[in-house]
Structures are given as structure tokens and as C-alpha cells.
Write a protein that binds this ligand. Structure first.
Ligand code: AMP
Ligand code: MG
Length: 395
């Protein structure tokens, strides 16, 4: 066993291992969300592509706004205007339709009055504009999304608008999941005496999916060398990243580090000054990496969020930041021990302040289910005053 290292050092070690030549593929727009762009995206046309009306109304000459105007035609979105607007004239125009030649302003239907002779008049108070000029937002060739963007729903509209129907994205990491423990039965079973349900595998699979990876489940391995070894060997052969839960602590049946070494995995750290998750073990075998995570459900959850998720994002070329917002503590936070940095579950109040949720340690999975995020309390810090500002890892 090696010495305990600080969280930041451990994070750096995992990050270094995530840096690689990104492999890529193209996807349909319907599959783009959650993927990381492997190429910059540029627009193939101006936005707006033509001078267009931002309102349903009447397109006219600005100079004519005080008089009654003859209506030439009705211009629908997608239609081309057929008449030039001359003095004393206007054309009825719909939102998104092309501005007719001669017109330089649009007044809204709500600001118009229809006269008995069929003409219209502007009756608004503010001089209207309501014209979106060609190219004000973007010009053809402008970059719209940088390489490395983690695509969210809000980006899909950009891709669609600029005609990027098959974005080039990073391949998703295949992530093997192995649960270890004699006490475990699957959620479909009723645990017998001394047994509990395996929650970690399902939780991890969900976390992997949310982080953009492809989970692959290898089942529950009993705490026996051969059984865990077989599962690890298979996972190493078939996946890019292997997650093992349980078996990394100091117990008589905690065999995982030994099994990692026995399967050619070089262990880079096996103790981190972090709570929960001190015995977190990280190793590499060629271009494969293995995370050995302590089995308590909260530990597994937290270790995934603070190590594995950033790792998977970086593996896909998506940078390492998790964009944690910084928010103030709503009340003072005190702890009795400060030898390790601690990730604490918090909720965010309506006022936007951080409120620690009731939490009694790494088996308390309900606390996590009630939390909005995790805050890092640094090693050496016993007390954080009300109002202290902390980054929140949203969960
Ligand atoms: P271990 O890290 O193997 O010492 O396990 C620590 C604690 O987490 C023990 O109480 C285990 O029963 C529990 N545990 C281990 N694996 C799982 C799992 N897959 N699902 C739920 N609890 C687990
Ligand atoms: Mg165990």
C-alpha cells in the first residue's frame, strides 16, 4: 500500500491518463445530446439569411408612418414578396417572412388600425423597427460551437440551424462495471439473512450513461480471487474503463488491489485524503484504466462524480471542468475532524444558498437522493462561516 495523497494530486493523476487521441464518429442529430464535439462547427450561411420581419404586421417605409397606407399583398413566411413598397404603400407581412423591397420598417398588427376604405394606419407610440437584418447574428463561415463542446439540448438547435445534421463526435467510452461482495443479491431478489441488495452496479450504470459512457455490466463477483479476477480480465478485454465496487478497504476479504496487480494493472494510487472514499484505488493497464471504489453506496456515488465523471469527459476530449457554480453557505458548517477533504451533500435553497442535507455518513444513500449537489470542504478546515462561497458539483 502506498502513501495517502491529496485529492488534487489524485485527480491530476487520473486526468493525465484521460489524455489521448480522441476517436470519433458521426451521429444523427437525434442522438447528439450528451455527446462531445470532436470538430468545430461553423455556419454555412448568414443569420438571418435575409432581411426578415420579426413580427406579424405591415412592412412600409419609415417615412410613411403618419399616413394611411394602401396594402399591396400578404407575404407569408417562406414566400417571396412580389411588389416593391412605394410611398403611401405597405404589405402585410408575417413573422419570419422576407422584407419586400422598398420597405425599411414593420409595425405590428397590434399597432395598426384598419380603415373603412381598406387602407391601414400606424397607431403605435414608439417608432417601430421589427426588422432583423441579414447577417446581424452570424455570417457564413463563423464558428458557432467549439471542438470539445458537451452537446446539450440547447446546442442541438444550433447544429440544426447551420445544417450540421451529422455532427462529428467523440466515440463513447465503454465502461465495465463489477460489483464485489458475498453479501450482495440483485434488486429483483429479497435479501436473505446477512444479505443486502446490490445498488452500486445500477447506480454506476446510470451515472455512466449520464456522463456519456456506455455501461457494460459484469455482474456480482463473490469475494474470491478467481471470481473477481475472471470478471476483471473479461472487462479489461472488452471495455476502456473498469469500475469495481467494494473490496478495496482493509478487511480480510478486500481483495481488489491484489487482483488488479495480478492482472497486470499498475496501481497509481490506493489511498486518497478524501471523505468519503479514502481507499479509492486507481490503476492502469496499457490504455485501459481501473477505478477500485469503496463499496458504501455514497462513497461509490461520490467517487464517480468527482473522479470518474471528469475522467470520462476528458477521455472524450470534453475538457476537465464540470462548470460548478459557486454559491454561498446559508448557515455555518462545523466538523469535528479535518484530516481529509470532504465532499458533503447539500441542497440549494430557494434563495440560492447552500444548505447541508441531513447526512450520517457513507452508507446514507437517502441523503444523496435528497441533495442537489456536493461541496468540497478542504482538508484542514474545521469551520466554514455562513456566507462562505463554495463550488457545487451538481448531481
Ligand atoms: P466494502 O467496500 O466491500 O468493504 O463494502 C463497504 C460497505 O458497502 C459494506 O457495508 C457493503 O455491504 C456495502 N456494499 C458493498 N458493495 C455494495 C453494493 N454493490 N451495493 C450496495 N452496498 C454495497
Ligand atoms: Mg466487500
Amino acid at each position: 500500500m502506498s502513501e495517502m495523497i491529496p485529492f488534487e494530486k489524485a485527480l491530476e493523476i487520473t486526468r493525465t491518463r484521460a489524455v489521448r487521441e480522441v476517436t470519433f464518429e458521426t451521429v444523427e442529430l437525434s442522438e447528439a445530446v450528451g455527446r462531445v464535439l470532436a470538430r468545430e462547427v461553423r455556419t454555412d450561411m448568414d443569420f438571418p439569411p435575409f432581411d426578415k420581419s420579426a413580427m406579424d404586421g405591415y412592412a412600409c417605409r419609415r417615412a410613411d408612418l403618419d399616413g394611411a397606407l394602401e396594402v399591396l399583398e400578404v407575404i407569408a413566411a417562406g414566400a417571396l414578396p412580389t411588389r416593391e413598397v412605394m410611398p403611401g404603400q405597405c404589405s402585410k407581412i408575417m413573422t419570419g417572412a422576407m422584407l419586400p423591397p422598398g420597405a425599411d420598417a414593420v409595425f405590428k398588427v397590434e399597432d395598426s388600425e384598419l380603415l373603412p376604405d381598406g387602407r391601414v394606419r400606424f397607431v403605435g407610440t414608439e417608432p417601430p423597427d421589427n426588422v432583423a437584418r441579414k447577417g446581424v447574428d452570424l455570417e457564413a463561415g463563423d464558428a458557432v460551437l467549439p471542438c470539445g463542446t458537451l452537446l446539450e439540448a440547447k446546442h442541438v438547435s444550433v447544429l440544426a440551424s447551420v445544417g450540421c445534421a451529422n455532427p462529428v463526435v467523440a466515440c463513447r467510452p465503454r465502461v465495465g462495471i463489477i460489483a464485489t461482495g458475498n453479501e450482495l443479491v440483485e434488486p429483483t431478489a429479497t435479501p436473505g439473512p446477512g444479505q443486502i441488495r446490490n445498488s452500486n452496479s445500477w447506480q454506476l450504470a446510470a451515472q455512466v450513461k449520464r456522463a456519456g459512457g456506455i455501461p457494460r455490466y459484469y455482474g456480482i463477483a463473490r469475494d474470491r480471487l478467481e471470481e473477481i479476477s475472471d470478471a476483471l480480465r473479461q472487462a479489461l478485454a472488452e471495455t476502456d474503463v473498469v469500475l469495481l465496487s467494494g473490496g478495496v478497504s482493509m478487511g480480510d476479504f478486500d481483495l481488489v488491489p491484489e487482483i488488479m496487480t495480478g492482472n497486470g494493472v499498475e496501481i497509481l494510487f490506493d489511498r486518497v485524503a478524501i471523505k468519503p472514499g479514502k481507499p479509492t484505488t486507481f490503476g492502469v493497464a496499457g490504455d485501459r484504466v481501473v477505478f477500485g471504489m469503496p463499496g458504501n453506496p455514497v462513497s461509490t456515488f461520490v467517487i464517480f462524480e468527482v473522479f470518474v465523471r471528469p475522467f470520462l469527459l476528458a477521455w472524450m476530449g470534453g475538457g476537465t471542468g464540470c462548470n460548478d457554480p459557486v454559491l454561498p453557505l446559508e448557515r455555518e458548517l462545523v466538523r469535528r475532524k479535518a484530516d481529509r477533504m470532504e465532499w458533503l451533500p447539500v441542497s440549494v435553497s430557494e434563495a440560492g444558498g447552500l444548505v447541508p442535507v441531513r447526512y450520517h455518513g457513507s452508507a446514507h444513500f437517502l441523503a444523496i437522493s435528497r441533495a442537489d449537489g456536493l461541496i468540497p470542504v478542504p482538508a484542514g478546515v474545521f469551520r466554514l462561516e455562513q456566507g462562505s462561497r463554495l463550488p457545487v458539483r451538481r448531481i
